[in-house]
Design a binder for this molecule. Structure first.
Ligand code: HEM
Length: 365
């Protein structure tokens, strides 16, 4: 078992919604293991999948998979095996030969891509209207094989090895049924003052949807229909390269005009076409952002750092929420001078599962 980190404690405080955690601590359990489990474990089972409203952990390992098996029986059994394995991993238990060093607040979130409904599995009539491929936007330079996917696994944890090992164990279990199509790791900085900043040095999440606000989540994130998606949501991911060297070479005043906020305080400043002024949408466009910074070595072609943001957001309907925001950003955002999008995907995130149940069971049985 890993030592409890300060972040682990803060994370637990942030997850006040976790009744189990509060119960165990509040009743003054002396059992050290139970107390540690309450702080280090995020319950896997529940009405919603974990890793959406969960306060973001420090590390991400995301993988999109292509299903190689040609029948729905294999797909159904993969989702069952994955669900069981993810529940074990979330408790810090081992799966197969993987070393297992968690749980470190591990969450595993499963998604279904639009391509899963293309007819190979007899699901074409069941694709939800909200699960559509995203339109093309200006500023895209997608890399071959690095977008889309039939299935998605988002593993988040406060230990990078735990997040990666979860993806590794699940990909091993998929052998013969699905293969990893693309993979992305990410991290979130957190300074001693507790403020999370992304690689451009600005505060992250100042005007984000509050995931602890159940009314707001019901209004903007969780869906009701179709019935197999009730209490689920839709995820959009965009791998966005940041031209860090260019960003670092301009003045702080220019950076603040670009974002539309003061770097130190996060206070809004009026600047035409600033990122926040263009991103700020109408009420029905609100999204829950849950992004991670990326640093993937060197872009050898240009001799620049391969750095940026793995933008992740959750919403009821990407076509009504992400798409109009991104369309405006692509046309007007001052930040475009420093960014380009290199990967993109959209997934239906089915509701959570009960103990003994399976994620996606409402669709696949
Ligand atoms: C590298 C890419 C990006 C960077 C560095 C970035 C950075 C930021 C920063 C620093 C803020 C202000 C603090 C906050 O409220 O979190 C912000 C706000 C926001 N961003 Fe981004 N962002 C990026 C891409 C995107 C994309 C692709 C979208 C959606 C399509 C988006 C949507 C928003 C929204 C909706 C806000 C809140 C605006 C408001 O109402 O104040 N961002 N972003």
């Amino acid at each position: 078992m890993t030592r409890l980190s300060r972040r682990g404690f803060l994370g637990a405080a942030g997850a006040a919604a976790s009744g189990a955690a509060l119960g165990a601590v509040g009743r003054g359990f002396l059992d050290e293991d139970a107390a540690r489990a309450a702080i280090e474990e995020v319950p896997f089972h529940g009405r919603h999948q974990a890793g959406i409203a969960t306060p973001p952990q420090a590390h991400l390992a995301f993988a999109a998979f292509d299903v190689t098996a040609a029948d729905v029986v294999a797909l159904r059994s993969l989702l069952r095996v994955w669900t069981r394995a993810a529940a074990r991993l979330s408790r810090g238990e081992t799966v197969g030969n993987a070393p297992g060093s968690g749980p470190a607040r591990l969450t595993v979130t499963f998604g279904l891509g639009p391509s899963l409904f293309d007819g190979r599995f007899g699901l074409s009539s069941r694709r939800p209207g909200a699960l559509a491929e995203l339109p093309a936007f200006r500023g895209e330079e997608f890399e071959a094989g690095r977008s889309g996917g039939d299935l998605a696994v988002q593993a988040c944890a406060n230990d990078p090895a735990v997040a990666f090992d979860a993806v590794r164990a699940l990909s091993e279990l998929a052998r013969g049924t699905a293969v990893v199509r693309w993979l992305q790791r990410g991290f979130r900085g957190s300074a001693s003052d507790g403020v999370v900043r992304n690689l451009i040095g600005f505060r992250d999440g100042t005007n984000n949807l509050d995931a602890a606000d159940e009314r707001a989540m019901a209004q903007h994130v969780w869906v009701q229909e179709p019935s197999w998606m009730r209490d689920g949501t839709y995820m959009v991911v965009r791998r966005i390269r940041l031209r860090i060297e260019h960003w670092d070479s301009v003045t702080l005043a220019e950076q603040e005009r670009t974002i539309g906020r003061r770097r130190a305080s996060g206070a809004t400043i009026a600047a035409p076409n600033s990122h926040v002024s263009v991103a700020r949408g109408r009420r029905h466009e609100r999204i829950l952002r849950r992004s991670y910074s990326i640093a993937d070595g060197l872009d050898r072609q240009f001799g620049e750092l391969e750095a940026g943001l793995f933008f992740v957001c959750f919403q009821q309907d990407p076509g009504r929420q992400f798409v109009p925001i991104q369309r405006r950003l692509a046309a007007h955002d001052h930040l475009n001078e420093y960014t380009f999008h290199t990967a993109s995907a959209v997934f239906a995130i089915p509701p959570g599962s009960r103990r003994g149940g399976s994620v996606g069971a409402g669709l696949l049985g």
